[in-house]
Each structure stands twice: as C-alpha cells, then as structure tokens.
Design a protein around this ligand. Sequence first.
Ligand SMILES: [Fe+2]
Ligand SMILES: [Fe+2]
Length: 176
Amino acid sequence: MLTILKKILSKLTFRSTHHDDEYAGCINDLINHEEVKSLENYVQHKNITRLHHSISVSYHSFKVCKFFGWDHLSAARGGLLHDFYLYGWEDEDRPSKRMHGFLHPKIALENATKHFQLNKREKDIIRKHMWPMTISLPKCKEAWVVVAVDKYCAIMELFNVQTKVTDDEFLARVDG
Ligand SMILES: [Fe+2]
Ligand SMILES: [Fe+2]
C-alpha cells in the first residue's frame, strides 16, 4: 500500500511543509484499510485512480482548513472518504446508473460508516460533496471546502494539470 500511496503522492505536485507529517497522521488508519486501498482499482478521471483523486481532495482540503484554522482533521478524513464507492463508472451492475452524481455520496457515506466512526462534519463532507446536485446545503465550513476542492481537483485531473510537488522528505515522513 505504501508503494501505491507514494506513487500517488509523488504525482501530486504540492510542496512539502511541516504540516505534511501531520496530514499523514490524520489519515493513517483510513489509508491502510483494505477497502480504502481498493479505490486504487477504479478509474476516476482519465488515467487518475479514485484513490489518487481521494488523496488529492483530502490533502488539499486539509491544507485549506489548516490555513483558516478550521477542522483540518475532519477535512482530511472526510475528503479521503468522499468518493468511497466500490464500483466502476462503466460497471453494468453499478447501483446508480442514471443518477450517479446524485446517489454516490449516499453510497460512499454508507460504506464509510460501515467501517469507520465518523463525526458530524465528516458525514456532512461526504454526503454533500456533490453540491449543488445534492440540493441540501453543506452545514459546515469544512464541507464547503471539500465541495470546492473536489471540483478543482476534478478539473485539474481532466486537463492533466499537476497541482503541487511532493518531495522525498514528505515521502519519508509517510513511510514513518
Ligand atoms: Fe464524488
Ligand atoms: Fe470526488
């Protein structure tokens, strides 16, 4: 798993800061869970896997919330689980054929609560991340951040734009 995580992080071109080891600590238990790891098996945008996309959203949301003094832990954890649905967009037997954008937040939340204890903010982040498709408004600032960061990351991924640089020092921290 560590190899996959390193590979993904090395493609996210964010600069290493003293916050990066804190970020790794925030998501350590989630990223080592078998079903979270399996997000590596699904394509999200172009050549980007769902795990890569989820880490990208999680990390950038963490950074934004840290900057503003908001709940960066919930942003990191909710961000990592926001697309925690275990089927491909092209799968014949996928549960949300027509209404994928509307339904997958609910499926992701069900999967996440099955495996992890989530707080109110983390649940709000996952449930509302597709706003305005979800209609009801996010209730916390951290969920608004993930709404914005998810769209930002999706656009960057679709246009093959790298966002920041991860250096060896960061990877060494993740390696523990
Ligand atoms: Fe999503
Ligand atoms: Fe997403």
